[in-house]
Write a protein that binds this ligand. Structure first.
Ligand code: NAP
Ligand code: G4F
Length: 343
């Protein structure tokens, strides 16, 4: 089996490359930019991946990548994925995160692979928006109403609907995973969980004295990325292309994440180490996300293995190891992920 992953240099791209390689796939990955610093990290950590150059905003390059790799499965993970950044760069976000999906789907059609290539589209819980009027008690599921609250969410909603349109119009096997927040050792440090665990490790190691954050009250449904990429693969093994929610079914505030991360290094009174920076506030906020993954659990047999405390623990331990704490309790973690990314 051959798989092409767009977004190979991102968090999920790494986890998925590892999973598919372990399953015996020939793995291809798309890298964009003429001198992408993350390329070397992928080459070092995943030497088994064949890297192809291409940008989802450049249709020709995607057709070329699809024709070269002839994938049985195509995982479209490429995106501008940072919500805050999308407010500052809405046009670029629309091009990459929205129209990029169309370019990927068209590439499969132009390469005449609609009958053979199964496509996974990385949709998101950001499409729900977390408002009072559309919030179901048990959590958002595949039938819940969408109300995106950011240029990122709006671009993803276009990607979601064009993916469904290609499924219906051309009978393509295109499945959309509506994934709630998933984190881990490979998470970019621009996202709040990794920003927190990096800072906690550095504060504990005497390398930093405080952490600047935006809003502490928003709630997210946080899971572990390794569990979620397994769900992506399971969606493409399902007999029919459908949409599936992946979520933990629990929601916690940013403040609760901060508290749990500091507790890992024995700090109960974390407030002296945290300052709010108004520059980190967003023009519109998603107040609360909570997902209901019942469909994926019953139809795919998906379940998560890492719970919230396990997630926080492995991220803090990884960052303690990465940032040079000499405390013997901070053994090198089992993960092979070495790359934290730039601040
Ligand atoms: P990520 O770490 O931000 O990775 C995004 C990837 O997209 C990177 O490899 C990036 O490459 C690539 N990319 C950006 N612009 C591109 C372009 N013009 N052409 C080709 N590639 C481009 O995101 P992630 O956390 O792994 O998430 C994977 C996907 O799932 C994304 O689509 C994200 O929106 C979606 N999602 C994520 C979550 C989550 O909680 N992690 C939840 C729901 C949905 P460079 O880094 O080399 O620029
Ligand atoms: O970690 P975040 O940036 O993730 P967010 O906005 O929930 O988006 C992530 O999850 C989505 C799925 O729901 C994905 F589709 C998306 O690609 C991305 O992976 O922020 C989480 C919360 C927000 O409420 C944010 O305002 O943390 C708050 N926050 C507070 N201080 C901060 C910060 N977020 C960031 N990134 N940095 C801060 O300093």
């Amino acid at each position: 089996m051959r798989a092409l992953i767009t977004g190979i240099t991102g968090q999920d791209g790494g986890h998925l490359a590892e999973l598919l390689h372990d399953k015996g796939y020939e793995v291809y990955g798309l890298v964009h930019g003429q001198n992408n610093p993350k390329r070397l990290a992928v080459e070092t950590e995943f030497p088994f991946v064949t890297l192809l150059e291409g940008d989802v905003t450049d249709p020709t390059s995607i057709v070329r990548a699809v024709e070269t790799s002839q994938p049985d499965e195509l995982y479209n993970l490429a995106a501008i994925s940072h919500v805050g950044y999308s407010f500052k760069n809405p046009t670029l976000t629309a091009e990459v995160t929205g129209k990029g999906v169309l370019n990927v789907l068209e590439a499969v059609r132009l390469a005449r692979l609609t009958d053979t290539t199964r496509v996974y589209q990385a949709s998101t819980s950001e499409m729900f928006g977390g408002l009072d009027y559309n919030r179901p008690g048990r959590g958002y599921n595949e039938s819940s109403l969408f109300h995106p609250r950011s240029p990122y969410g709006a671009a993803k909603l276009y990607g979601h609907w064009i993916a469904k349109n290609y499924r219906e119009s051309y009978d393509m096997f295109v499945s959309c995973g509506i994934l709630f927040n998933h984190e881990g050792e490979r998470r970019g440090v621009e996202f709040v969980t990794r920003k927190i665990t990096t800072a906690v490790a550095r504060i504990a190691s005497g390398l930093q004295d405080h952490l600047q954050l935006g809003d502490l009250w928003p709630k997210r449904d946080w899971g572990y990325a390794g569990d979620y990429v397994r769900g992506m693969w399971q969606m493409l093994q399902h007999p029919e292309p459908e949409d599936f929610v992946l979520a933990s079914g629990e929601t916690r505030s940013v403040e609760q994440f901060v508290e749990a991360a500091f507790a890992e290094v024995g700090v109960d009174d974390w407030r002296p180490f945290v300052r709010q920076n108004p520059a980190l506030l967003r023009p519109a906020q998603v107040d609360i996300l909570l997902g209901d993954a019942s469909k994926a659990e019953s139809e795919l047999g998906w379940c998560r293995e890492v719970d919230f405390s396990g997630l926080v623990q492995r991220m803090v331990r990884h960052d303690l190891w990465l940032h040079g704490s000499h405390d013997v309790r901070h053994r090198r973690p089992r993960s092979r992920a070495l790359v934290g990314g730039a601040a």
